[in-house]
Structures are given as C-alpha cells and as structure tokens.
Design a protein around this ligand. Structure first.
Ligand code: MG
Ligand code: ZN
Length: 379
C-alpha cells in the first residue's frame, strides 16, 4: 500500500511539474524592447491621378499581426508610415487543410487566389499548378519584380513564381525562378542557383537570358534599367542593415521605366523570425525596418499617382500580446503564446487608386481576384 501511495504521489508531482513547465514556457516570460533609434514619419497626400492603378506594390510582412504593428508603433513613439493608410481591413489566413497556415499555403492563397495545403507553393489543394498574379501580370505585359530579406527560395517569394508540392524543394524552386523570369529579383539563396546536383548553373542561364547578375548591394544599387538578379545577405536587420529599403528603391527605379506598368512584391521576411524566437527586439526591429521601407514606397506612390500599395501578412507568428509599454519613451513589453504561427486574422492596409477594394474582412484568396479586376488583367 505504501509503495502504491509513493508511486501515486510521484506521478502527481511529475504531472504538475510538466503542466507548470508548459505554462511557464509561454505564459510566464515577458520580452521587452526599448527603442533608441526613432525616426520622423512623413504624411502623404491622397489625391491620385487615376481611378485605377497602373502599378501595384504588394508588401508582405511575414508573420505580421496587429500586435506586431502596434509594437512597432509604440516603439517609434506612436508614429508609423503605416498611419498614412486610410483603407484598412483584415485577411483570414486559414489554409485548405489547416486552421493555422504556414507561409507556403498563406502566400499561395494571396498570390494565386487558391487555398492550398500547408507546405505547398503555387499549387492548389489538389496539387495543380495555378498561375500567380505575377504570372498573369507578366502575360499582360506588365513588368514584374520580387524583393525579399531572406532567401528567394523561401516559401513566400516561391509562391509567386514556383509550383511545387513542398516548399523544401529549393533546387526545383530555383529552376522555377529562371522559368518564371520576373524582370528583377533581389534576395538571398545564391547557393541553389550555382551549386546544383543536376549540374545546371542557373547564374549562367540567367546571364544568357539577359539578366545582370550581382552579389553585392553596391553593384545592385548601380543598376538603373534592364533585368536584374541580385543575390544578397539574408537574415536579421542587425546583420543586413537598411538593405530592404535600399533594394526596394532599386526595384522601383528600374520598374518605373516600364510604360505598361508593373507588379512588385516586397517581403519583410523576418518579422516571422522574431515571432518564432519570442523575441521583442527581433520582432520590433524587423517591423520598423519594414515600416521605413513602406515609407519609401509611399513616397514613390504619392509622386507617381497611379500606384496602388497594399501591405498585409500571410499569417501571425508567436501569438503576440502587448502587456505593457510607453508611447512617450518607446518601450514595449510583449508576451508570446506559441513558438509557431496562429490562426489570427492579419491586417490589410491599402493606399492609392483602387485602395477602396481592400477593406473589410475577406479571405486571403481575395487579393488575387481584386488585383486582376483593379488592374484589368486578362487571365
Ligand atoms: Mg516568408
Ligand atoms: Zn514562420
């Protein structure tokens, strides 16, 4: 009898410790950030030169939920370039087979208008290759571009150019990049273009197709026209600095020359990383880096007058809750509830001609159809 009691008590204790351990991991710890690098935010006008856009710049903050946006806002003492947007809505992010999506399925829905299974890129739930808004834009003679802060072969950019059952198929996705042929792309992942098991050197193939191929930001910044494949550092803002702002400026400079208009996708890939790491510094710095890039894009769009800018996310990461902060001092404290993604709705911000279509609550698949309509594209 004594033995059984001891076993029972031990099991109860073990069980309690395990439960508390789980709670401690995601409910007990707080992560804080004190901003020291504040920036001034400009206000932009809302008078445009046309009712329909000629150009579209779609900006995706990977993992950016409402709390991530407001953490950035708090850290920059209440100011964000995002505050300029007057058309705001929400996007539902559920995938074809999961309540909680990954970037593969989330980005595929945005890019193609089809719900997809988690982990897949550019294919619908049955595995059929489906054209992305970028492919449709190209077919309609618009110029196209992709700028990201992580590998070009990551799920989000892959969703716009590739059709593979798994986001892990990096060599195949790299080959799809060459086939899809966006006019420019800037990001990481050069290794899958040159050190390949199939013996192909995709960098040479790109050069043969007329691309200027570079692997430093100084060289990339010298390009003013033509096709460009720019391979740069990936990862956190602490290592890559103001790269996204600079590469986006290069992309706009090149694409702007195109008479028929352009479609550009810009991804701030690493807000997601901050969420996965449950790290407020990481999250907020990536968020503010994204916002500064949004500022550059708005500057272009205001001046151009025919450019629609959409800012959204593929999903929320980290289940972030803001538990404290100070808008006067730029301090913000958060608590994460998971190391993964969540099923939360994500924000949608739109500026420019056609922005009024991107309000309310809608499925993530709606971006494709609205963009086809607003740009009057033939499919
Ligand atoms: Mg991504
Ligand atoms: Zn993620």
């Amino acid at each position: 009898m004594k033995k059984i009691s001891i076993i029972f008590i031990t099991l109860t204790l073990l069980f309690t410790v395990t439960i508390q351990g789980q709670n401690k991991k995601y409910e007990g710890e707080e992560s804080s950030y004190q901003n020291k690098d504040f920036y001034e935010v400009q206000t932009f006008g809302h008078k445009f030169k046309s009712k329909r856009p000629k150009n579209v710049i779609l900006m995706i903050g990977d993992g950016m939920g409402v709390a991530h946006v407001f953490a950035g806002s708090t850290a920059n003492r209440g100011e964000l370039y995002l505050n300029n947007f007057k058309h705001v809505g929400f996007s539902r992010t559920q995938s074809a087979n999961r309540y909680v999506t990954d970037s593969g399925a989330g980005g595929t829905a945005i890019a193609t208008g089809h719900k997809a299974n988690n982990s897949s890129v550019g294919v619908d739930a049955e595995g059929n290759a489906v054209p992305s808004i970028m492919a449709v834009a190209k077919k309609n003679k618009l110029a196209t571009g992709i700028v990201v802060t992580t590998s070009l072969l990551d799920a989000t950019p892959a969703d716009f150019v590739s059709h593979q059952p798994s986001r892990k198929m990096m060599p195949e996705i790299a080959a799809d990049f060459v086939d899809a042929g966006p006019d420019l792309f800037i990001g990481g992942g050069i290794e899958h273009f040159r050190n390949r098991e199939d013996g192909r050197n995709l960098l040479d193939e790109l050069r043969e197709k007329g691309y200027q191929v570079f692997d430093t930001i100084t060289e990339v910044e010298k390009v003013k026209e033509g096709k460009l494949a720019g391979f740069l550092k990936e990862g956190r803002i602490s290592q890559r600095g103001d790269q996204l702002e600079r590469t986006t400026a290069v992309a706009l400079d090149i694409l702007d020359d195109h008479k028929k208009g352009f479609f550009l996708m810009v991804e701030q890939s690493e807000i997601d990383g901050g969420g996965h790491d449950n790290d407020m510094q990481y999250t907020v710095e990536e968020m503010l880096d994204f916002d500064k890039t949004i500022g550059k894009v708005l500057e272009f769009a205001e001046k151009d007058g025919r450019t629609l800018v959409i800012v959204t996310a593929d999903h929320e990461t980290g289940g972030l809750t803001l538990v404290g902060g100070d808008v006067e001092t730029g301090e913000v404290r958060g608590r994460f509830s998971t190391g993964g993604h969540t099923g939360n709705m994500v924000p949608v911000f739109a500026y420019g001609p056609g922005a009024e279509f991107f309000t309310g609550i809608d499925e993530n698949t709606s971006f494709f159809n609205k963009l086809v309509k607003v740009l009057r594209l033939k499919q």
